[in-house]
Design a protein around this ligand. Sequence first.
Ligand code: TRP
Length: 336
Amino acid sequence: MFDDKKVIFSGMQATGNLTLGNYLGALKNWVDICEDYLTFFCVVDLHSITVRQDPAELRRRSRDLLTLYIAAGLDPEKNCIYYQSHVPNHAELGWILDCFTYVGELERMTQYKDKAAKHADNINAGLLTYPSLMAADILLYQAEYVPVGADQKQHLELARTLAERFNNVYGDVFTVPDIWLGKRGRKIMSLQDPEKKMSKSDENPNASIYLMDDPDTIRRKFKRAVTDSIGAVKYCDEQPGIRNLIDIYCSCTGKSTEECEKEFEGQGYGVFKEAVGEAVVGVLKPLQDRFRELSADKDYIDRMILQNDEKAMYYSEKTMRKVRKKIGFPERPRLK
Ligand code: TRP
């Protein structure tokens, strides 16, 4: 809580091409819930370097992601949209929380185990301590709610544990955060294998809709999406492909599952897939136009970055002053 407002914090990494899943599952959700809260939406670039990155690429993608937050409808005058690396308090609190986290807790994290297996030649300490840095992101701003996907649940649990552990030693310093799972809890799956999450790192380009895919590519990918054998647009476990397409259609149009089933009653998959493609184009085309417009306005984006860096510094510093004092770091003398 800051200024009598509850706080929402979330972040995304600027690695890989963002997909429709990132938009419908996260970004769009943020836009829908941000009213009435003090909100922080961070481009978590410190987290990105746990895996080796090309510097120019990282810089460009980070800027694109920040621009995309705004293009998606997060007003940067109201929401604090900023880069993690511009606010050193993240790294400082990350270190402090490292000293309150047990190695065993970190080794148990499934994301760590997955990434360690995938990057066996570079199992660096940052890969292991990633979750304490993530906890620092959240606790710095006294966030009540953290809208993230279900895959981040384990990390959120650790953030709660660390907040409670710290509070038990030093008194009430941190708000204990709660995960905020999307209203519908809809996870967007691969168009080629609906048992798998739609991923920015899928090798099959037809499996994912990228946010910057042009309309024809989007239509084509939906035409090729795998369907099932029942032959009816019906939401059920036996048809994971169709279920996924219904989820996408409903997320894009705001219609309910029942409305969607009625609309396509007695029609084949082909008609339905075409409609899903159009619905997605209807959502992504304006987003892309806005993104291009914003990207061209360098001064505006720069101004928002400066303004929001200050805002993030201001709030995170409030927490850090308390933390440093509680821990016993020497006071910073103020010269008169
Ligand atoms: N680990 C998150 C992910 O991979 C990204 C992230 C980093 C994050 N810090 C955060 C999300 C703080 C929410 C809050 O999606």
